[in-house]
Design a protein around this ligand. Structure first.
Ligand code: GKR
Ligand code: MG
Length: 436
């Protein structure tokens, strides 16, 4: 038999048959369904987007302190025959989401590729907001389809490779406020990780750095290592270290056995330079975030691991495309998070359970959330993992009373710049850049 020209990695046509023929794995072709034919089309008849806000702690990152509340945009879709689907994305994408209404109304929730093409390139919105809009529409459609066929979303994106998703603690320095924690020293940061371990069972620590001088952050990681020799450690200064500082810090961190350094420095060239000079793997959610960043990132040798996020990568199907691409390139996959509510938390669990190539514990802001939107209690971590929520679709539902309360919070959202100024008059306020 002639060789299958142009099919890399396959020796001949027999191999192709083995790859694609159902007979090769002992299955018979099923042909057309015996019933009356496929279910008739559904039609999305209602599109409701709501901006909500939930209280947040005074968490510090290298460019600011978090506001009093974090904002999220909630999407609720309903078909004309009464099926509903929900999704949650970042509040900054709210306008872009609202503008998707006409594209979505009247469509069938199965038309996900149509939504991908129509919503990804709207020039009036930032690429990130287009991606989040697509994510909201796609995730709400998957939730809805899951309810129609009475199966969880994980079954629509590959099936449950795992039943529980392993997560990482997400440790932040926190400015003291009345009644809140004070986490502004290496000792307090190490204690915070141990508290997270006690309360949720996390044994992986993602440390939000770039806040104190690098030597103090290295001291905090050293204390954590001493307290928990088996802990997997990462630090993410959000590219606020120069290349020189990153290399110096990496050299001091190498003996601690770090799992990875996340975006120590700015841009693919800077990351590639750091990567050449350390044995610690480099991860990113900043310099390879769109498909067009992949090729230059690979050619430059900038990274080892990509942090997947179904919100800013345009939904669960897109994240699967990302995971396959990373696998082909020899890159690992971890996961990224921002502040979120239970709908996003459930979405992350479905993602991690379905995608076998996510082999690193995914970080989660959820333990910082105090006021949720979902019916019943908050979702829970056990032994550092979260189980797939029971029930069809995402397995979570919106509580309308909680939603109304969260919507009222929006006008209460305030910046905490005064607090930041009292603590350190020179601290950046919404300014990204190299700090150390
Ligand atoms: O919430 O301050 C924060 C985080 O720094 C967030 O903004 C980042 O998106 O989680 C993030 C990350 O870079 O990994
Ligand atoms: Mg990061």
């Amino acid at each position: 038999m002639a060789a299958a020209a142009g099919v890399t990695g396959l020796a001949g046509a027999e191999d192709m048959a083995l790859s694609f023929s159902p007979a090769a794995s002992g299955l018979k072709r099923s042909g057309r369904p015996r019933s009356e034919g496929p279910r008739s089309r559904m039609k999305i008849g209602s599109f409701e987007a709501t901006l909500v806000a939930s209280p947040d702690y005074a968490l510090l990152n290298s460019w600011n302190v978090h506001d009093t509340h974090f904002q999220r945009a909630i999407l609720e879709l309903e078909t004309t025959d009464g099926y509903t689907g929900v999704a949650e994305i970042g509040g900054a994408a709210f306008q872009a989401l609202q503008a998707a209404r006409d594209t979505v109304l009247g469509r069938d929730p199965f038309e996900i590729e149509f939504f991908r093409r129509s919503l990804s390139h709207r020039s009036e919105f930032a690429p990130r907001h287009n991606a989040e809009t697509l994510a909201a529409v796609e995730i709400a459609c998957l939730d809805l389809i899951g309810k129609v066929i009475d199966r969880p979303v994980v079954d629509l994106i590959g099936g449950p490779f795992r039943d529980e998703a392993p997560f990482s603690a997400y440790n932040f320095f926190v400015l003291p406020e009345k009644g809140g924690p004070d986490v502004t020293t290496p000792e307090a940061m190490a204690q915070q990780f141990l508290d997270f371990h006690r309360d949720h069972g996390f044994t992986t620590c993602k440390f939000k750095g770039g806040v104190l001088k690098p030597e103090l952050e290295i001291e905090a990681l050293t204390r954590i290592r001493e307290a928990m020799p088996q802990a997997r450690l990462r630090i993410d200064p959000n590219a606020s270290w120069s290349v020189e500082t990153s290399v110096r810090a990496a050299r001091r961190l190498e003996p601690l056995g770090m799992e990875y350094l996340e975006d120590p420095t700015r841009g693919q060239d800077g990351m590639a330079e750091v990567r050449r000079q350390t044995s610690i793997p480099l991860a990113t959610n900043m310099c390879v975030t769109r498909m067009e960043h992949i090729r230059p990132g690979y050619d430059r040798g900038a990274i080892d691991i990509v942090l997947l996020d179904p919100h800013y990568m345009g939904g669960l199907n897109n994240v699967r495309h990302w995971a396959s691409t990373c696998e082909a390139l020899g890159w690992g996959c971890s996961g990224h998070s921002n502040n979120y509510l239970g709908i996003s938390m459930a979405t992350q669990v479905h993602m991690v359970c379905a995608i076998s190539h996510i082999t690193y514990d995914v970080d989660s802001h959820y333990p910082w959330t105090t006021q949720d939107i979902i019916r019943g209690g908050m979702l829970r971590f056990r032994d550092g993992k979260m189980a797939l929520p029971p029930g069809p679709g995402l397995g979570v539902e919106i509580d309308p009373d909680k939603k109304a309360l969260l919507a009222e919070n929006v006008s209460r959202t305030r910046a905490r710049h005064d607090l930041l100024h009292q603590w350190d008059p020179g601290y950046p306020k919404d300014r990204h850049g190299v700090r150390w």
